[in-house]
Design a protein around this ligand. Structure first.
Ligand code: KIV
Length: 288
């Protein structure tokens, strides 16, 4: 399948064709996502929890994000890849935001960057967009500021809070974002913003009316164990598959059922008699 470009994603919105988006953090998962025909991949800073075992996304660094984006790009050369800007890579100054966004393109060949926040990040968004970089906005539950939000809580559940999200969405549109991700907001809010904006609006827990859906791969394949947000649907349970495979492996090692002759390398033709002779010589046994 040819790689989707930003104009293809806009066309999909216009045609009412849903956009599929999944996170990936490594080469094999990126290969799987491309083989499955996903339209987009996000190398999310959720890698902090899903790959490194951090309690949240705050400790994730630019260097970690770049390394994972490089691996994903190698695994999915024909998929639209979005690099996620980690905490403090775009908040302290517009210059720093532009420089860090540029690193994602120069060092990892991503197609776009994503950053969290609405009205408060428009200066950074403008700077990055003016540098010629595609930006995906992210509002609603923004995990990097979950402290301010009082935890990982759904947003926009009151009319006043929904108004704030709509204002954020409009401000980001003005600032030049080319796509918007809504996280953990009621479907009515998702629908309103999707209809109000010309750009593709993607959902992770924002209901069925958005132009497409994102899930974190570690959640949807049953790999991440700590907790499962309400918006996740688990499509398989790889943790169970992997633990069962490892249990069977260790039991076969202990019983001697693995390895068998099938798993062994054999000496080359004619080499065994020479080896036997040499082994005799080196065995140090004076009787032989
Ligand atoms: O890092 C990530 O995977 C994200 C999702 C939670 C939207 O930003």
């Amino acid at each position: 399948m040819p790689k989707k470009m930003i104009h293809d994603l806009y066309r999909m919105k216009q045609d009412g064709e849903k956009i599929t988006w999944i996170t990936a953090y490594d080469y094999p998962t990126a290969q799987f996502a491309e083989a499955a025909g996903m339209d987009m991949i996000l190398v999310g800073d959720s890698l902090g929890m899903c790959v490194y075992g951090y309690p949240g996304t705050i400790p994730v660094t630019m260097d970690q994000c770049i390394v994972h984006c490089e691996a994903v790009r190698r695994g999915a050369p024909n998929t639209f890849v979005v690099g996620d800007m980690p905490f403090m890579s775009y908040q302290s100054s517009v210059e720093k935001a532009i420089e860090n966004a540029g690193r994602f393109l120069k060092e990892a060949s991503v197609d776009a960057v994503k950053l969290e926040g609405g009205r408060r990040v428009t200066a950074a968004v403008r700077g990055i967009v003016d540098a010629g970089i595609l930006v995906v906005g992210h509002i609603g539950l923004t995990p990097q500021s979950s402290g301010q939000l009082g935890g990982h809580k759904a947003q926009g559940r009151t009319a006043e809070s929904a108004r704030g999200l709509i204002q954020d969405a409009l401000a980001l549109e003005q600032a030049g974002v080319q796509m918007l991700l809504l996280e953990a907001v009621p479907p009515e809010v998702g629908k309103f913003i999707t209809q109000r904006l010309a750009m593709p609006v993607l959902s992770i827990g924002a209901g069925m009316h958005c132009d497409g859906q994102l899930l974190i791969v570690s959640d949807m394949i049953g790999q991440f164990q700590a907790f499962t947000p309400k918006f996740v649907k688990k499509y398989c349970n790889v943790a169970e598959v992997i633990v069962n495979a490892m249990k069977q492996y260790s039991s076969e090692v202990r019983s001697g059922a693995f390895p068998t002759d099938d798993h062994c390398y054999h000496m080359l033709e004619g080499e065994y008699p020479k080896f036997a002779e040499m082994a005799k010589e080196l065995s140090g046994d004076p009787q032989d």
